[in-house]
Design a protein around this ligand. Sequence first.
Ligand code: APR
Length: 183
Amino acid sequence: MEPMKLSIEPGDITTIRVDAVVNAANSELRVGGGVDAAIHRVGGPAILSETRRIRIDQYPDGLPAGRAVATTAGDLPARWVIHTVGPVYSAREDRSHVLESCYRESLRLAASLGAASVAFPAISAGVYGWPIDDAARIAVGTADALAEEVGRVVREVVFVPFGEDAVAAFTRALAGLRRFPRD
Ligand code: APR
């Protein structure tokens, strides 16, 4: 079997055709800004009504950073939105393990749903302030490390960098992978 493919498709994640789109959500699972706003705007109200139910039934205190839950993708060209909460960047405290957990838990959830393709934004690299080079390195490295565990189901992981700096960062991060190129 071919190894799990890692690729880059710059631009707006709401236009990408994949089985599961990952959202950089907040712990309250309310509509925020950035990629979260775009996903709710294009996906429509069905997404918010499912996140409300998840809050009530499973996470009354909010979804902790590093965890992931799935909803319908509504009107997006995907089947599911996987909502994960990134850590707020801190220069004093290393929260990399939480950011790694976002990618790991999202990919595990995607595999459990049967998603063959998953698109990720640069989690925590916007409002939450994570430096883009480091965010991209963690994203690519963590997905690659999960290839063996989820790769039978998840055949392709698409990173969706938004803006020039993010494209450069993800390109460098992919080039830095030991197993690259792999398509
Ligand atoms: N497609 C892809 N990437 C996007 C899009 C889009 N349509 N819009 C923004 N981005 C990029 C940003 O440029 C950034 O690199 O997504 C990355 C993550 O940025 P944010 O969306 O700000 O997410 P994050 O830093 O994890 O902060 C999460 O922001 O909007 C709120 O509800 C959200 O409170 C939560 C917080």
